[in-house]
Write a protein of this length. Structure first.
Length: 201
């Protein structure tokens, strides 16, 4: 049987799908929007990674301080050989007169928690301490003599290996984007750690 196409049916057939020109224009618009959104998405992903690594660092410091108070002994946050960026251990460190940033099982010291390396783009270093609580931290300059580890005494205060008070600012930076991609963690004289603002660069 011969199929007869009316004007209405021909019109419907012509409306199906896109023409080649329409398809090319659509692809071009999508490509432009993707190019514009790409950098923003990448920046957001780096910020999320840096915030996540900063939270891990803060959580470990709070845990170490809490354990030192609970155990009534010294507990240290000991960086890996490659520094805090390569991970760290939280361990008891009270076998000697002062903490030595090592885990000596012969003296009853033990590892309480292990942190895996941070994101490949994250870096942790000790910065020059801020002049005051209201001063934004300058993360552009690393301290000349960073502490070997972060140790907490039974009263919750932080100390160095020589027993002196540890009050430093630790900066976390995204290596892939130095500008405005810092997070600063301050450890005050009582051993409490908190996130603070950084200077813009």
């Amino acid at each position: 049987m011969k199929r007869i196409h009316t004007n209405k049916s021909r019109s419907l057939l012509r409306r199906r799908g896109f023409t080649l020109i329409e398809l090319i224009v659509t692809i071009a618009v999508v490509a432009i929007l993707a190019a514009l959104a790409g950098p923003s998405i990448d920046l957001l992903a780096r910020r999320v990674r840096l915030d996540s690594d900063t939270e891990r660092f803060l959580t470990s410091l709070a845990y170490a301080r809490s354990e030192a108070i609970k155990r009534s002994s010294v507990v240290s946050v000991i960086p890996s050989a490659g520094g805090y960026s390569a991970g760290w251990r939280v361990a008891t460190d009270d076998g000697a007169l002062n903490p030595n940033c090592t885990v000596d099982s012969a003296q009853g010291e033990s590892v309480l928690r292990v942190q895996d390396p941070l994101a490949a783009s994250s870096e942790v270093f000790v910065a020059e301490a801020p002049a005051g609580a209201s001063t934004a931290v300058d993360c552009s300059t690393a301290a000349a003599a960073p502490p070997s580890c972060i140790s907490y005494k039974r009263d919750g205060s932080a100390i160095r290996v020589d027993g002196s008070v540890l009050a430093n600012t630790f900066c976390l930076r995204d290596r892939s984007s130095p500008a405005n991609m810092y997070r600063a963690v301050v450890i005050n004289s009582t051993g409490q750690a908190y996130l603070t603002k950084t200077k813009d660069y």
